[in-house]
Design a protein around this ligand. Structure first.
Ligand SMILES: Nc1ncnc2c1ncn2[C@@H]1O[C@H](COP(=O)(O)OP(=O)(O)O)[C@@H](O)[C@H]1O
Ligand SMILES: [Mg+2]
Length: 320
């Protein structure tokens, strides 16, 4: 299967600063790659080079086999790009902007109206199509950008923080939309929201200080975290000491972390030794000791924990 998106040792220097350092990645049709990293990691700069909007200091990028610098027209034809921030032309309405984009992208005139209407419907922009873009909320502006990226039904989508500024319902809609169109496209989305990666991405690449530091399926990456298979227990503060000591005494438990919550509650994170399965022993041990818990469930933040470990410098981690 051909690689629809290829970054080959991309480097970008801004003066003295190396913003992107030897980033290589490939995305095949049907894959959704989550491009993760803290602010300033180099996600947007990488995406601008992948889309041909920024010339790399060194390295190459290609879209559907077309080199983005030497065959940029062919590459742009099959590419939909949602840049960071708000769409251009704040004086236009979504309706006129989308018609304009359809024309610039050479969507045949007899198809334009239909494509514009389709992308308006897909991104739920119906209520604001005739309002000037600068009067729209951040969430609507984001969706205008997304509609513009989808307009020519491209095979490749590069979406820079597509859910940024959206409320939880809108985030959900955009994720559903991406999931729906994903099977026959190659997609990169950048985000710093980890749940997004679990929800829609088949692969995650983590970048920090311009370098790729992890690459794999979200579940594989989560397995690298010490919190993989950890159990979280919420109970009232007066039970914490006893619960902690009996759980720590279990064979397969490596460590119990304690965190205070509001309302006289605390959360214990029970970390297994060597990723062992400890849900049943935790439940039975607390039950035998008559320590009633408010909730006992698998800890969901293994990927988040790995992300923090990889991207936060040791001194900052100490302080957090
Ligand atoms: N045009 C530019 N000129 C100088 N520095 C830049 C420019 N664009 C980005 N940078 C710097 O490059 C680094 C990576 O930025 P960016 O790619 O926007 O990160 P991210 O999208 O991951 O938040 C940051 O340190 C940023 O300040
Ligand atoms: Mg960015």
């Amino acid at each position: 299967m051909t690689d629809m998106i290829v970054a080959d040792q991309l480097v970008k220097d801004f003066g003295e600063k190396r913003a992107v350092d030897q980033v290589s990645l490939t995305v095949k049709r049907g894959e959704v790659l989550g491009f993760l990293g803290p602010n300033g990691a180099g996600k947007s700069t990488t995406m601008k080079m992948l889309t041909g909007f920024l010339k790399p200091t060194s390295g190459q990028a290609s879209i559907a086999g077309h080199d983005v610098s030497t065959a940029s027209m062919a590459a742009r034809k099959v590419l939909g790009y949602l840049p960071e921030g708000a769409p251009l032309y704040p004086d236009m309405t979504p309706w006129s902007l989308l018609h304009f984009c359809a024309e610039v992208r050479n969507v045949p005139s007899e198809l334009r109206r239909r494509r514009v209407i389709e992308s308006i419907e897909r991104t739920n922009l119906q209520s604001v199509v005739m309002q000037s873009i600068d009067t729209l909320s951040k969430g609507f502006k984001r969706r205008v950008g997304l509609a513009q990226a989808l307009l020519h039904d491209p095979e490749v989508l590069i979406l820079d923080e597509p859910t940024d500024g959206l409320d939880p319902n809108q985030k959900h809609e955009v994720r559903e939309l991406i999931r729906e169109i994903a099977p026959d496209k190659a997609i990169i989305i950048s985000t710093h929201i980890l749940e997004e990666v679990d929800a829609i991405c088949s692969r995650a690449v983590i970048i920090a200080d311009g370098r790729v530091i992890a690459d794999g399926a979200p579940s594989q990456l989560a397995e690298q975290s010490p919190l993989f298979n950890a159990i979280s227990v919420v109970l009232s503060t007066d039970k914490v000491q006893q619960a902690r000591s009996i759980l720590e005494a279990l064979d397969d438990v490596q460590e119990v972390r304690v965190q205070s919550l509001a309302g006289g509650l605390a959360k214990l994170t029970v970390v297994p030794a060597a990723s062992r399965l400890i849900l049943n022993p935790v439940i039975s041990t607390l039950g035998e000791a008559k320590l009633e818990a408010i909730s006992i469930r698998p800890e969901a933040s293994a990927l988040e924990d790995l992300f923090r470990q990889l991207t936060v410098s040791p001194d900052k981690q100490e302080a957090a």
